[in-house]
Design a protein around this ligand. Structure first.
Ligand code: SF4
Length: 721
């Protein structure tokens, strides 16, 4: 507080008038005059994959207000608390504004020239000694698609390392693998509109009220729907349900197989659809014959009546929708669980019609765009590494040699980290991601970060728990400071616009990639004449043409005007033809296995982790939005009253969560029947109470997605309230 300010206060002069004075906004009526914008910029929300259209008000060059775009098809003017406060992030404290290079153990400001020259010199020297694959790169669903596409070319054809992945592997990789297993390709088949027209909506491990709140608005428009929520916890979404199935942790496969059993037993299978469009039915029928309601009741903890009723509702619906998120994906069995869910849709022909779809609800704002632009789980445009024809197509279009296109996927994210521990990976480059909070089993991650010779962290913020380990910090623009496109969960490609300029010396990720390409001597070859993300979009249109995620008919300006277009139309597979060799979808027999780390006498609780609506992932952004942070300033632990009584714990006691790996201390205890006896829940957003200190370093063998959800812990009192 300045001296002048203090004197004015002492004299009784109104010093805060500018804050609360109000004025007449032509659109809003009377609001705070500080929020009356000079102009509004149309854009798309940069948090979750719902992809809400929004308008950000700018006054005197500063973002002052956010509101939902009333014309946008996704959200029709609504926003959740994160979207409504998103403009605050554009003048939040803690931004990275200057490149920083570690010298004599300290991060010191340097010029961009020195930063980028050093990065290229250090990485190429490490690669010369240890092979091109000694560089590992982890990108993010926070980049616009054009940046991710540019990055993929730079990593694979410029730095020539195949070891490139995105933080989407911590989130949606199992949905990708499950779609490929069943349908032959990634690509969510349905639309949000299906939530409005389905008779039955079955949500499995999907707490949309906290994680995708605007989808609840879409659901609420459907007055006749029956909502069934499968979740071990009475989440906010479970509270909205007509039926809540509080299954035992990780028993969802048994439930889904049990529903398949009843559908077949009761003749609720669409025989014509199965005969014409699928394969493997007989094997599936034999396999699920043992998943009787009695057996499934035993495994899931549900009653036989509940299982029968839900199977009957699903099987008799004219149109049934199944949505899932992290309750399914965050598992060593995530990919096959997705395939088992897809079985239900195929058995009943609930795919490719209004209201009928199996549908993964994605995490980050542009996780879908990263999946399309590829070079991680597949080549760009959902092309396959193992297909010579696909590789040749790309090589020809890019005018590069066929040998330069990898024949197989490089290391996935967890394997990049593991290889950094063992010394195979010697240099790491993280882009807009914060693994020090988001990666499971923190001690292994820390070992990897300390072990590499050169760690580059490119981020909009510094310090973050990850950037503190860096040898080089590259300051990057964030949402609202750059232009491009995002694809949301329903395949809608929407425009993202620049609202303000990046602070200090921060540059867009796109500019950083081109500057690195220049230093590698590949800029003209890989990005001929490119100066903006619009150039990348134009090339991406050509590369994606004729593929499932075909952008060729999308127009840059039209995307903004219309609120985005869905590639593939409103629904995929309406003709029942799938991108497999014979055009048929594949049933999969998925055994139900117990999760890896079962509770025992010493570690007697199952820990579940998840999110809350006020925060976004590792809080790099939302911790800096005062409004959101004050609503939920710290982590907590939920415990059932019977367990609390047994342990003689009281509400608001401080407790420690202890696993075989480490512990999280000093959490506020919340005693609530929202969690079942024997289970506890904590949010994963908080660096200072990092749930990943205790989570398990176990991964899905197909997708490599971590098992964040179940590990065995014990709870001890740290101090009384
Ligand atoms: S629901 Fe998701 S996309 Fe919509 S405003 Fe909230 S965070 Fe943004």
């Amino acid at each position: 507080m300045s001296a002048v300010y203090k004197v004015r206060r002492l004299l009784g002069i109104d010093t805060s008038r500018g804050k609360y004075a109000y004025g007449d906004d032509p659109e809003y009526g009377y609001i705070s005059s500080s929020r009356i914008a000079d102009h509004w910029v149309k854009t798309t929300c940069g948090y979750c994959s719902v992809g809400c259209g929004m308008l950000v008000g700018v006054k005197d060059g500063k973002a002052v207000a956010s509101r939902g775009n009333p014309d946008h098809l996704v959200n029709r003017g609504k926003l959740c608390p994160k979207g409504l406060s998103e403009h605050h992030i554009l003048d939040a404290p803690g931004r990275a504004t200057q490149p920083l290079l570690r010298k004599n153990g300290r991060l010191e400001p340097v010029s961009w020239e020195e930063a980028l020259d050093t990065m290229v010199e250090r990485i190429t020297a490490i690669q010369a000694r240890n092979g091109a694959g000694s560089l590992g790169v982890v990108g993010t669903g926070q980049l616009v698609t054009e940046e991710f596409y540019t990055l993929g070319k730079l990593v694979q054809l410029g730095f020539r390392t195949p070891n490139f992945d995105g933080n989407t592997t911590l989130c949606m990789a199992s949905a990708v693998s499950g779609y490929k297993l069943s349908f032959g390709s990634d690509g969510p088949p349905g639309s949000y509109a299906d939530l409005e027209t389905a008779d039955v909506v079955l949500l499995i491990g999907a707490n949309i009220a906290d994680n995708h709140p605007i989808l609840c608005n879409r659901l609420e428009r459907n007055k006749r729907r029956m909502l069934i929520v499968v979740d071990p916890r009475v989440s906010k979404t479970a509270m909205m349900a007509d039926f809540h199935l509080a299954v035992k942790p990780r028993s969802d496969i048994a439930l889904v197989n049990g529903i398949a059993h009843i559908l077949i037993r009761d003749g609720l299978v669409d025989r014509e659809y199965v005969a014409q469009h699928t394969k493997g039915f007989e094997e599936l029928a034999t396999f699920v014959s043992t998943f009787t309601p009695e057996y499934v009741a035993q495994v899931t903890g549900l009653s036989i009546e509940q299982i029968e009723q839900v199977a009957s509702l699903y099987g008799r619906a004219k149109a049934a929708f199944i949505g899932w998120t992290m309750g399914v994906n965050h598992s060593t069995q995530g990919s096959v669980t997705v395939a088992a869910i897809n079985n239900l849709a195929l058995l009943t022909g609930n795919i490719g019609r209004s209201g009928a779809a199996p549908f993964s609800i994605t995490g980050q704002c542009n996780a879908m765009g990263t999946r399309e632009a590829g070079f991680t789980s597949s080549l760009p445009g959902y092309r396959k590494f193992e297909s010579d024809a696909h590789r040749k197509e790309l090589a020809d279009m890019w005018n590069v040699s066929l040998d330069s296109i990898p024949k197989a996927r490089g290391l996935a994210y967890p394997d990049i980290i593991e290889s950094a521990v063992t010394g195979r990976i010697r240099a790491l480059w993280f882009i807009a991601t914060n693994p020090a909070v988001s990666f499971p089993n923190y001690s292994v991650l820390e070992h990897a970060l300390r072990n590499v010779e050169f760690l580059v962290v490119q981020d909009g913020f510094h310090p973050t728990p990850t950037s503190e380990f860096a040898h080089l910090v590259l300051p990057a623009a964030i949402w609202g400071e750059k232009e491009g496109t995002y694809t949301n969960s329903e395949r809608r490609v929407s425009k993202v616009n620049r609202i303000v300029s990046p602070p200090g010396h921060a540059r867009t990720d796109f500019d950083i990639f081109l500057a690195l390409a220049e230093r590698l001597g590949v800029r003209n070859q890989l990005y001929p004449g490119w100066t903006s993300t619009r150039d990348a979009f134009a090339e991406w249109q050509r590369i994606s043409a004729g593929r499932m995620c075909d952008y060729s008919s999308l127009e840059w300006n039209d995307l903004e005007r219309t609120g985005g277009r869905q590639w593939g139309g409103e629904r995929l597979y309406s003709d029942g033809i799938f991108p497999t060799e014979d055009g048929r979808a594949q049933f999969h027999c998925v055994p139900c296995e117990p999760f890896l780390e079962q509770p025992n006498a010493e570690y007697d609780f199952v820990l579940n982790t998840g999110r809350t609506v006020e925060h976004w992932h590792t809080r790099t952004k939302t911790a800096r939005v005062d409004l959101l942070n004050k609503m939920v300033p710290h982590a907590w632990l939920e415990m059932n009253p019977t367990d609390a009584a047994r342990l003689k714990l009281r509400s608001h006691d401080r407790v420690s969560v202890i696993s075989r790996r480490s512990q999280v201390a000093n959490l506020e205890l919340r005693i609530t029947a929202i969690v079942a006896p024997g289970q506890v829940f904590m949010p994963f957003h908080f660096a200072e109470s990092n749930s990943n200190l205790v989570t398990l370093g176990a991964f899905d063998p197909i997708s490599r997605e971590p098992n964040f959800k179940q590990c065995a812990v014990r709870i001890e009192k740290s101090s009384a309230h």
